[in-house]
Design a binder for this molecule. Structure first.
Ligand code: ATP
Ligand code: MG
Length: 201
């Protein structure tokens, strides 16, 4: 059976934190492919100003193009409804033509928010979750939280460590706003896309 990773995110912009996370988990867990899914209408970030779906999609495409095991999915950005992961996974399962085992890849911060996600109980039966450490998050507390969730929901959230990169999209947007360098924090192609399209200024 194929193993497919799904990596949801705002990707505003995508950076090396996301790419290292996906590639490390892909190789550690023997996943055949990882699909990056830029969010359409994020349930949690509705009040914030986010870049257009088109810009976030293009940046994700540029960043992943050199990896034959990475794909970008338009499943959420082509949908006019709020992007709930539970619906995305169901739609994704209908779309793929093989029986695949699905793994949803997240950074540690998402685990702490998981119980606010729509139909979390059902969601945890649809796929396995792989949570990775992220700088600023205590790994012992993370493992404790995951144990609690697994007991409560009878779920299979796995946890792993990836090389720590203290990078976030928020920090990149702020750097641009303040005229600071973003070189080597994200792929050069994405850096040039941002400047060419005057994003985040
Ligand atoms: P923002 O600052 O706008 O929230 P972000 O950098 O957190 O952006 P998201 O698009 O929100 O990026 O994150 C998508 C997924 O990638 C989340 O599961 C998040 O935990 C994970 N992630 C993002 N950056 C890192 C990083 N540096 N290390 C590990 N995981 C990360
Ligand atoms: Mg985030």
């Amino acid at each position: 059976m194929k193993k497919i990773g799904l990596m949801g995110g705002t990707f505003d912009p995508i950076h090396y934190g996301h790419l290292v996370l996906a590639e490390q988990i892909r190789t550690q867990f023997g996943l055949d492919m990882v699909y990056f899914i830029p969010v359409g209408i994020p349930p949690h970030k509705q009040d914030k100003n986010i870049s257009s779906s088109k810009d976030r999609y293009f940046m994700t495409l540029l960043a992943t193009i050199t990896n034959p095991n990475f794909e970008v999915s338009k499943i959420e950005i082509e949908d006019n409804n709020i992007s709930y992961t539970v619906n995305t996974i169901k739609k994704f399962k209908e779309k793929i033509d093989c029986d695949a085992e699905l793994y949803f890849i997240t950074g540690a911060d998402a685990i702490y928010e998981l119980e606010t996600w729509k139909n979390v109980k059902e969601l945890l039966t649809l796929c396995k979750f792989i949570a990775a450490s992220r700088p600023g998050i205590d790994e012992r507390k993370l493992r404790q939280k995951i144990m609690e969730l697994n007991e409560k929901y009878n779920s299979h959230i796995l946890v792993t460590a990836v090389p720590a990169l203290a990078i976030s999209s928020t920090d990149i947007r702020n750097r641009i706003r303040f005229g600071k360098s973003i070189k080597y924090i994200l792929p050069e192609s994405v850096e040039y896309y941002i400047y060419k399209n005057k994003l985040y200024i």
